[in-house]
Design a protein around this ligand. Structure first.
Ligand code: SAM
Ligand code: SF4
Length: 394
């Protein structure tokens, strides 16, 4: 590679902002549909040991990432809102100490409505948290019970009021549709209740069931029935219509926001930018390298206590062609699509020349739409997105 191009790539990488993800792998009780990595058996000393290990990893990894400026910090899980104020403050203080954080960084915590109190919330804000993503899932108690949630619909309303009273002006509500036996009426009622609360952001996820989860088992044994594909498609259409009528603009398959309130953290993933993942089971991407922190909590804590970095698995090592393909596939998830100039600048490759045949084919089949330098999925392309994506696979 010519030296000037290599230098440009290094500069681009050092100067480009990155996102930081912190995984908190604890839940009060496992929900019946969830297969995320999280543990139910923990106590306060276990939480504290994990927080200590996290601050150790923050310090140990800073030589790899110290020069990057983080524009987003995201506490995900599991249930990060199980951590008390001091623990969140300690983690954030370590990040501020060892890394550059943008003064306007988006700092989000995923929260379960049963785990937040006024005091805790005030402490989170004081530590720098400025966005809360609330796991609501449903506004109906019978659905919450079926999902194995630990909170009621009433808890959601109480928590939402508390967030507003604490001055949080950037709130996301997570909802899940396509639940067993869910009717269109029920789902739209859920959506309307979310809209009435006027959050800044709504994520509406289609239920995904792994066979390993209790609900997955119940469906497999025909004890529960999922809505059929036609109804799910209609639910998706109606979701888009209702949310857009209410000024929530769709910017990704499952994500809707008021103007200017998109989730910056998720956009980093979809633009295939770099991100640092800290904690057990967290994934990091730096250039074309994707690595996974192994998901064994005892080993993670022990390693950091010995002042060593926790073990990682190499997931992917992508050359520039593969990185371009990755950025196209991820970027097309966003409604705005991908920008030819931006990708050329980042990878030194023109996506239109590299994939001329594939792009032309998709445009002819009305799966993709070209608009100046932007390329995006059409309405038809959204529903057949896998057909589009596989053409770009390296
Ligand atoms: C990691 S959870 C974090 C929030 C917090 N743990 C809670 O559940 O309250 C993020 C979101 O993923 C969504 N989710 C989890 N499992 C899902 C599944 N199997 N299908 C669809 N969405 C799911 C839920 O909407 C959940 O709020
Ligand atoms: S959905 Fe959230 S609270 Fe429920 S088990 Fe998964 S991570 Fe934990």
């Amino acid at each position: 590679m010519p030296l000037c191009r290599l230098w440009k790539l290094i500069m681009t990488r050092k100067d480009s902002p990155a996102a930081l993800y912190i995984h908190i792998p604890f839940c009060v009780q496992k929900c019946s549909y969830c297969d995320f990595y999280s543990l139910e058996a923990w106590d306060s000393s276990c939480l504290q040991s994990y927080v200590d290990a996290l601050t150790g990893e923050i310090r140990l990894r800073c030589h790899e990432w110290g020069e990057r400026c983080f524009a987003s910090i995201f506490f995900g899980g599991g249930t990060p809102s199980l951590l008390n104020t001091a623990q969140i403050a300690t983690i954030l203080d370590s990040i501020y100490r060892y890394y550059r954080v943008h003064p306007q960084a988006e700092i989000t915590i995923e929260a379960n409505p049963a785990t937040l109190g006024r005091q805790k919330l005030r402490g989170y804000c004081y530590a720098g948290v400025n966005r809360i993503s609330l796991g609501v899932q449903s506004f109906f108690d019978d659905e919450l019970l079926l999902l194995g949630r630990i909170h009621s619909a009433q808890d959601v309303y109480k928590t939402f009021d508390m967030l507003r009273q604490a001055g949080i002006d950037n709130i996301n509500l997570d909802l899940i549709y396509g639940l067993p036996n869910q009717s269109m009426g029920r789902w739209l009622a859920n959506l309307r209740k979310a809209i009435e609360l006027k959050p800044e952001h709504i994520s509406a996820y289609l239920l995904q069931l792994e066979a390993s989860t209790p609900m997955g088992q119940q469906v497999q044994h025909k004890e529960l029935a999922l809505p059929d594909d036609e109804l799910l498609l209609q639910m998706y259409h109606q979701t888009r219509n209702l949310l857009q009528e209410s000024n929530y603009f769709q910017y990704e398959i499952s994500n809707f926001a008021l103007t200017g309130r998109t989730c910056q953290h998720n956009i980093f993933y979809w633009k295939a930018y770099d991100y640092l993942g800290l904690g057990v089971g967290a994934v990091s991407k730096l250039g074309g390298i994707r690595r996974l922190n192994q998901a064994a909590i005892e080993q993670y804590i022990k390693k950091v206590e010995q002042h060593e970095l926790p073990p990682q698995t190499l997931l992917e090592s992508m050359d520039e062609h593969e990185q371009l393909a990755d950025a196209i596939i991820m970027g097309l998830r966003m409604v705005e699509g991908i920008n030819r100039q931006e990708l050329y600048h980042r990878f030194g490759l023109d996506p239109y020349s590299r994939y001329e045949k594939e792009i032309d084919e998709c445009i002819n089949r009305e799966l993709l739409l070209q608009d100046g330098d932007m390329l995006r999925l059409t309405e038809k392309g959204y529903f057949l997105s896998n057909e589009v994506f596989y053409r770009f696979l390296p």
